[in-house]
Design a protein. Structure first.
Length: 202
């Protein structure tokens, strides 16, 4: 096991599977007052932390859902603009379909996520359409198939919510141990960012 930017590199049990790592960065960051992707924590921007995290689990490719341009990283526009994360996920599914086996999806604003959490999602998605953690919509893993493509297509034209997507797909819910709950800390506004930088308060 090696390290990438300080993160342990994990090996997905299906090493022959192709994984597209997705960073959701299409929000307006209106509550933060500045682009959350560029916020810095422990010497790295949020976007660079997400890229390093996805590299650590050996994703075949990493893409950004949102209008952020990083060298050697594709940015995929939404098929419908300003319609929430499910549309971003569906747009990524269309890009990845028949090229990849799984999407592993991170939000831009959860900088404490660790490789082990993503590894568990991928392992538990083998027999499911989708895997996620109880009480948290992100991160999540989606298996690419004709079934998931068709269901997401219906959802974005009906009720494009994460809750609806989870309920319509064959989803596997993982429990979060109490000691790991802090890793799911979500930064939406300056108060939460300050709390993040004062880590003992999380």
């Amino acid at each position: 096991m090696v390290r990438v930017n300080g993160l342990k590199v994990m090996n997905f049990v299906g090493t022959n599977k192709k994984i597209l790592g997705v960073i959701l960065a299409g929000g307006k960051s209106s509550r933060m007052g500045q682009d959350k992707a560029l916020l810095s924590f422990q010497g790295m921007s949020f976007i660079d932390r997400n890229i390093a995290l996805l590299q650590s689990i050996n994703c075949t490719e990493i893409c950004i859902s949102g209008d952020i341009h990083i060298p050697n990283i594709n940015s995929i526009p939404d098929v419908k603009t300003h319609n929430g994360p499910v549309v971003g996920i569906y747009s990524m599914l269309l890009y990845a379909f028949q090229k990849y086996d799984y999407l592993i999806i991170l939000p831009i604003d959860m900088p404490l996520l660790q490789p082990e959490l993503l590894e568990k999602l991928m392992i538990n998605c083998i027999e499911s359409d989708l895997s996620y953690y109880d009480k948290y919509y992100f991160p999540l893993c989606i298996k690419l198939s004709e079934r998931t493509k068709n269901i997401l297509s219906e959802i974005i034209h009906d009720t494009p919510s994460i809750k609806n997507m989870i309920s319509k797909l064959n989803s596997y819910k993982l429990l979060v141990p109490k000691q790991q709950k802090r890793l799911f800390f979500n930064v939406n506004n300056p108060k939460e960012f300050k709390k993040l930088t004062d880590e003992d308060k999380i």
